[in-house]
Every structure is written in structure tokens, then in C-alpha cells.
Design a protein around this ligand. Structure first.
Ligand code: NAD
Length: 328
């Protein structure tokens, strides 16, 4: 990264999460000062501990362990060139029912507070984590940003609300903060969330405990390797725009059956599977049209699925806690 495109000071919300921790690592590596916020604390939460291991103690990294609803956000955002707002409650299936309240608070209300804070202290750019889930999934071609969003899950509805909220703030006359909302398509790689499909497939290979496959495996996903998602996210800090939504995908779609075949090839192990009914809110297919990402972010996904899954597999095997006994 050249000096013109250097971020001196950045805020990353959701930094103890999967994508947020990778993003923060890339930013400190590039010389940025990063203030990371998350409500999960490494001493109480082993996933947060694993995600933050490469960051805690780094001289350019500061961790604030707080719920964003409780934080004095303007004082945290003061002086930042970019706020990367990745905090949120992810996952389609748990968004039905009781937990919706947390989705609404953390994905929508918190986004409004982050926007107000950015504006109050004049942060020039907010990059927001949106999702392919805003589209709905009955597609016969790659989804374009201007397509009518028809989210099929409460989660998708909250991500769309946050996205539209951010754009409304960004185009409000006099607003100092411009916004790029990134619609991530199924991000995977080392430290992927335990509830996500590729992680569950690879763990089934290790543990020999069956992976629960929802549906017949014909559902297709556009899988994005985490380093590619991070590259797009950092590029979004510099995109010359006031208010934009941009797809971030892996450039191809694959069925879950193909993912299972790849896993068997990479691991050399059987992947036990039990079939379960398709879950409400799960879409048939996702596919990103990357035209705008290429034009606006100079984005090009660089990691083929087999390579990315191999990296994730190596990471799983390298973990001290991996159940190596199951391999014996
Ligand atoms: P993650 O759950 O690993 O990380 C999210 C982090 O946000 C967690 O550490 C959580 O503690 C934190 N958080 C949530 N609410 C908070 C609050 N109120 N205050 C402080 N911290 C809070 O999820 P991820 O997979 O890294 O996803 C990051 C973002 O990207 C999310 O907004 C998600 O909706 C979006 N996204 C992810 C994917 C994907 O494939 N992983 C796809 C589309 C969109």
C-alpha cells in the first residue's frame, strides 16, 4: 500500500469476530493504528481469544471490550480516518424467534448510533458489513446491486435496514461521512465461525461426527476467501463515492455437494453427513455480480475454493485444541 492510500487511524467494530479480526490484522500490518471494539472478551470467550491472539499486545492495536450500545461512540471515533463497522449478529437460522431482538439491536440500532457518532466527529468514511442475504435466493443470474432486495430471513431484513439507514445518512445534505456498504457473500477461511458450512464440513472430517447438511446439497453459494474479503474492505475505505452498495464475492458459485467433494480430496478423509430438511430462510443460490466491485474497488478475488479450503484445513489442524485423537 502506498502512502496516499494509508489509513493512519481506523476503528474496527466486531474485532473479536471472524472477519473483523482478519481485517484488523491486515490494517496493523499495513501500518495503521487500530482501535478494535467487541463485546466478547478473550478471557471469557475462547473464540474471541483465538481471533484476537495475533492482535492483543500489538503496539498499533488497542482493544475496547464493550457493548456498542453502552459505549461513548463519538469519543472512540474521534480522529479516525475510517470506521469499519463489522459488529453484528450473523447467521440466518437463529434470526427467527426469540433472538431477533438482539439482531435488531446489534444490526440496526447500533448501526444508527455508529452513524451518528461518525457524523458528530466528522469521520470521512464508514465501511459497513452488509450481506448477500439481502437479495433472497431465487436467482437465474448473478445478483447486481440494483436488483430489488427480497430478504428471506429476519437476519437479511436487519442487514438491509442497516444498509439503507447508512445510505440515508450518507446522502443527507451536509453529512461529512460517506458510506460504502459491502454485501459479503459467504466468507470462509481460517477462524471461520463454527456455525458456517465449510467449517462444519472440515470439522466433520476430523471428528468423524456427522455434518448436518440442510437440504439435498444442491444449494449453491458464492464463497469468498477471507483475505479477498479483507482486501475489498480496505479498498472500500478509498472508493471515490458518497454512498454505495457493493457486492463482495468469490467470483464463482459451487454446490454444497461440490464443497463436500473438495473436503474429501483435501483432507483425505470421509466426511460423514446426515441430511436434514432445508431450513427456513436458507436460499437456493447466491451469486455475486462483481462488475461494480471491480470498477469501484479494483477488486479481483484471488483465491480459488480448493486453495482457500486447504488453508482453512491447515489452520484447523494447527490448533492446539483440535481433536487429533479422532484422526488416530
Ligand atoms: P462474527 O460473529 O464472527 O463477528 C461479529 C462480532 O461482532 C462478534 O465478535 C460479536 O461479539 C460482535 N458484536 C455483535 N454485536 C455487538 C455489539 N452490540 N457490541 C459489540 N460487539 C458486537 O461474524 P463475522 O462472520 O465475522 O461477520 C462480520 C460481519 O459481516 C457481520 O456484520 C455479518 O453480518 C457480516 N457478514 C458476514 C458474512 C460471513 O460470511 N461471515 C457474510 C455476510 C455478512
Amino acid at each position: 500500500m502506498d502512502d496516499v492510500n494509508r489509513i493512519e487511524q481506523a476503528v474496527v467494530t466486531g474485532v473479536a469476530g471472524f472477519i473483523g479480526s482478519h481485517l484488523a490484522e491486515a490494517l496493523v500490518e499495513q501500518g495503521s493504528q487500530v482501535l478494535g471494539i467487541d463485546r466478547r472478551h478473550p478471557s471469557h470467550d475462547p473464540i474471541a481469544a483465538e481471533n484476537l491472539a495475533g492482535l492483543l499486545g500489538h503496539p498499533r492495536f488497542t482493544f475496547i471490550n464493550e457493548n456498542l450500545t453502552e459505549l461513548n461512540l463519538p469519543s472512540v471515533a474521534e480522529g479516525a480516518g475510517v470506521v469499519f463497522h463489522l459488529a453484528g449478529v450473523p447467521g440466518v437460522r437463529p434470526s427467527w424467534g426469540e433472538r431477533f431482538r438482539d439482531y435488531l439491536t446489534s444490526n440496526v440500532a447500533v448501526t444508527q448510533q455508529v452513524l451518528e457518532a461518525c457524523i458528530a466527529v466528522g469521520v470521512p468514511r464508514l465501511v459497513l458489513a452488509s450481506s448477500s442475504s439481502v437479495y433472497g435466493g431465487n436467482i437465474d443470474r448473478a445478483s447486481r446491486e440494483e436488483d430489488l432486495p427480497v430478504p428471506l430471513s429476519p437476519y437479511g431484513v436487519t442487514k438491509l435496514a442497516a444498509e439503507r439507514l447508512s445510505l440515508a445518512y450518507a446522502i443527507k445534505p451536509g453529512t461529512p461521512t460517506s458510506v460504502v456498504a459491502l454485501r459479503y457473500f459467504t466468507v470462509y477461511g481460517p477462524r471461520q465461525r463454527p456455525d458456517m458450512a465449510i467449517r462444519r464440513v472440515l470439522e466433520a472430517a476430523i471428528t468423524r461426527r456427522p455434518m448436518h447438511l440442510f437440504g439435498d446439497g444442491s444449494q449453491r453459494r458464492d464463497f469468498t476467501y477471507v483475505d479477498d474479503a479483507v482486501a475489498a474492505t480496505i479498498a472500500a475505505a478509498f472508493a471515490p463515492t458518497r454512498a454505495e452498495v457493493v457486492n463482495v464475492g468469490g467470483g464463482r458459485t459451487f454446490s454444497m455437494l461440490h464443497v463436500l467433494e473438495c473436503a474429501a480430496e483435501i483432507t483425505g478423509l470421509d466426511v460423514p453427513v446426515v441430511h436434514e430438511a432445508r431450513q427456513p430462510g436458507d436460499v437456493e443460490a447466491t451469486e455475486a455480480d462483481l462488475t461494480k466491485a471491480r470498477e469501484l474497488l479494483g477488486y479481483e478475488p484471488a483465491t480459488p475454493l480448493v486453495e482457500g479450503m486447504s488453508q482453512q484445513w491447515k489452520w484447523l489442524l494447527s490448533r492446539p485444541s483440535h481433536p487429533v485423537a479422532a484422526l488416530a
